[in-house]
Structure formats: C-alpha cells, structure tokens
Design a protein around this ligand. Structure first.
Ligand SMILES: *Cc1c(COP(=O)(O)O)cnc(C)c1O
Length: 432
C-alpha cells in the first residue's frame, strides 16, 4: 500500500485477506475521510432485515438503516421480486423522448400521497441533484416571469441539503464547509430558523431585506438531520409558509430524510398542515435499495414553465433519469406502506425509544435526549473521539455512527423489539 493510504482494519492482518481486498484497498477513496490516517472500514458481506453480516462472520444490528434509507429493512422479498421482474423486462432505457410504466405509475402515486397540488414529478438519481433541480426550478420560475434579479435562496443555520457545490452553498456555513471552498460557492442568505421570538424577528428582517433578490426559502421540515438531528415545531413551518406568501417567495421543503414516515407521518409537512411549492424526496423512496430521487412541484410552479418560448423549458436531464429498476423498486416500497402497518410501527418505535433512552439523561456528559417518530437522539456535551466510540459500539454488536456531538438511532421500521433493545442497551452501556 502507498504511504498516504488508510491503515488496515484493526484486528485483521492483511496477509489473511482475500486478493480482491488487498488489491482494491489502495484504490478506494472513502467519504468524509482523511485518507492518511483513516482506518479501513468494516467489510460487509450480507444483509438481512436489520442485520449486517461482515466478511469475518460478525453480525451487527443496524441502528442507522444505511444512512436513513432502508425503512423496510434489508432484502425485503417484495422489493427483491419487483426489481428482479423489472430486470428481466427492461433494466434501463433513456428518459429523453421516451417514458415507461414504472415511472408514470410512481409519479401518479407520489402525487396522490403528497398534500395539496404537488402534482409534477421530475426524477433524478440522488438527493443532492434533486435539491439542485428544486433550486433551478425556483430560479427559472422567476426568470420565466421576467424577474432576472431573484436568484438567491434563503437557507438556515443547521441545514443540510447535499454535498454538490450548489447544495453546499445552502448548507449550514460551518458544517457545510463554506470556509474550505470559499469563493467557489454561491452566496445565499443564511438565517437562524424561526424557533422563538428573537430568531423569528431576525428571520423576518432578513427576509424583508432580501426578498427582492430571493427565489425561494429552503429548509428541512421538523428535523435538520445531518446538522445534528435538531428538531423544531410545526409552528416554525407555518411561520415559514406565511412569510413566504407575504413576500411572494417560493418555499422548498427538503424531505429527503423526513419523507416516507420517518417523523411519524408520511411527510413531515403534514404535521404543520402546510404545502410547500416544491418538495424533494430521496433516501427512503426506494426503501433504501436503489438510488432515486424526485423533485415535485405545485401546479403554479409548473405553469410558469408553459410557454411558446423554448427558453422557458426546464433544462435538466440526468442520464439515468427515472431508471426503471429504481422506479419499480420505489413502487414496491410504496406497496409496503399500503400493505404493512409502517406508520403504526413508527409509533411503536417512538414509544420504545422514548422510554429506553430516557435513563441516558442522567449519565455524565449527556446534554439532551429526544425522539421524534423513528428517530432517537442522545446529545452529548462533546464527543472527543468518535472513532473510538464507533469501535465500542461495534464491539457491542451494533452499527451506530455518532457524529458531531450526538449518538442517534434511525432504525428500519420493521426492526424487531429485541434488536431495538440491543441498540438502546448498547447506547446506555457505552455512554456509561
Ligand atoms: C441525504 C440528504 C441530502 C443529500 O442526498 P444525497 O443522495 O446524499 O445526495 C439532501 N438533503 C437532505 C435533507 C438529506 O438528508
């Protein structure tokens, strides 16, 4: 291995590893990792429901459901069957000048489930790109109306909307690494979320001051996920909806994390009784099996693109747009929300997490314990060595990934009670 490469996994000697491992390791570039010092990740071999089996035979209970995606657990037979069937008839076909049943069926089903007149679906292949499309839609909505100056977004501290250049520029300035990329990022207006009197006043001031240059307000509803699982009340969303209306600014809700039941309702915006102008969906859209995302617009947004001027068309089209395998997968995932009691399971998980994590509150160094839907969070004063903490969890047989200053659970909705107990017991034990 080269000098500037990750160190081998603890407890395994390289000579005992298969050739694909020793040959591949020097060529892999890991996410969010300093490659000079990063230790090699675990090697997964198989998954089943809420468990991951490693190549060395160890089995871990997954507490994060593959970055918040695998809401039905891994390898659900209904999803597997749908994907296998689609694989036989048509794995992929271009979406330019052509379309297909899995995409049309998925689009109409999503629009039926979504509130209000969110009724036009634009498919992409990742969450970040679906947010970029939402931003382009909002900007072009203005341009098509002849308003050329309204190209900025108002975004919030603690927010996360993706890792591409355009989405980084609407993330929290510190966590979004704005200082690292500096002038490569677009400049937007960053406000505190209106959660109390003072922050609401600041937000309304910023909005009034910048409305003439704003295309949209963008936020994650109810939970800022990657920002540290920060919760806010439905009232905050109602404040945003009203302020957006008052200033004729569009409201984009990024439900990539919160969509599909995670917060207790199918979509988080339902809890505030509001309808965004544009919504983005991804993560659990395919039940965590394939990459797919959707940007859904309300009728009035879509209508601003209807014109005799060809330049008024939305100019975007990913190569793998509406991939039929991914659409079949998403349709199968929606079937499961209809045929199995997912929202009830989320409620049960919430009751369990609320009770089982409560004892952590009195542990030294614990700042807060909170739950919402199938999300459980133990916030610490500070995590000194997240790597060591992860290793402790692995030793307990659980896959829990602390970040920033939190230890959290976002399990599959299908998780068995004993597996959930294993996760909460591990958190209590390790934090003790
Ligand atoms: C994960 C996430 C994204 C980015 O999605 P990718 O598929 O990783 O590009 C955007 N917004 C939110 C709220 C997310 O949780």
């Amino acid at each position: 291995m080269g000098k500037h490469s990750m160190t081998e996994a603890s407890g395994s000697s390289l000579s005992s590893m298969p050739e694909w491992y020793t040959q591949g390791l020097p060529h892999i570039w890991l996410p969010y990792s300093q490659m000079k010092t990063a230790s090699a990740p675990l090697v997964a071999a198989r998954t089943h429901n809420t468990r991951i089996t490693l190549t060395d035979g160890r089995e871990l209970v997954d507490g994060v459901a593959a970055w918040w995606t695998a809401c039905h657990g891994y390898n659900h037979p209904h999803i597997r069957q749908a994907v296998c069937q689609q694989m036989e008839t048509m794995p992929h076909v271009m979406f330019g000048g052509m379309m297909h049943q899995p995409a049309l069926r998925l689009a109409s089903r999503l629009c039926t489930m979504l509130p209000g007149d969110l009724e036009r679906v634009f498919f992409t292949d990742s969450g970040s790109v679906s947010v970029e499309v939402a931003m382009k839609m909002a900007i072009q909505y203005r341009l098509n109306k002849g308003q050329t100056k309204r190209t900025k977004m108002l975004a919030f501290r603690g927010g996360y909307h993706g890792d591409t250049l355009a989405t980084m520029s609407v993330c929290d300035p510190e966590e979004g690494m704005h200082h690292l990329y500096g002038s490569a990022l677009m400049e937007h207006v960053i406000s505190p979320l209106p959660v109390d009197e003072a922050s609401t006043a600041t937000f309304l001031d910023l909005l009034a001051k910048h409305a003439h240059e704003l295309a949209a307000i963008i936020t994650e509803p109810l939970v800022q996920g990657a920002g540290g699982m920060l919760f806010h009340s439905p009232q905050t969303l109602r404040t945003l909806r009203k302020a957006a209306n008052d200033h004729d600014v569009l409201l984009i809700l990024d439900e990539i994390f919160t969509g599909f039941g995670r917060t207790g309702t199918m979509f988080a915006c339902e809890q505030a009784g509001i309808v965004p102008d544009i919504i983005t969906l991804s993560k659990a859209l395919t039940g965590g099996t394939m990459a797919l995302a959707a940007t859904v617009a309300r009728r009035h947004v879509f209508e601003a693109f209807l014109s005799d001027n060809p330049e008024h068309a939305l100019m975007h089209g990913p190569t793998f747009m509406a991939n039929p395998l991914a659409c079949a997968c998403a349709n199968a995932s929606l079937d499961l929300f209809e045929t199995e009691p997912r929202l009830q399971q989320v409620q049960n998980i919430n009751a369990f997490l609320t009770e089982a994590l409560e004892p952590c509150r009195t542990l030294p160094g614990v700042k807060d314990v909170r739950t919402l839907g199938a999300i459980g969070v133990v916030e610490l004063e500070k995590i000194n060595n997240p790597d060591a903490l992860r290793q402790r969890f692995i030793a307990e047989g659980v896959w829990i990934r602390p970040f920033r200053n939190i230890v959290y659970l976002t399990p599959a909705f299908t998780i068995e009670k004993q597996d959930l107990r294993k996760l909460t017991d591990a958190i209590y034990k390790v934090l003790s």
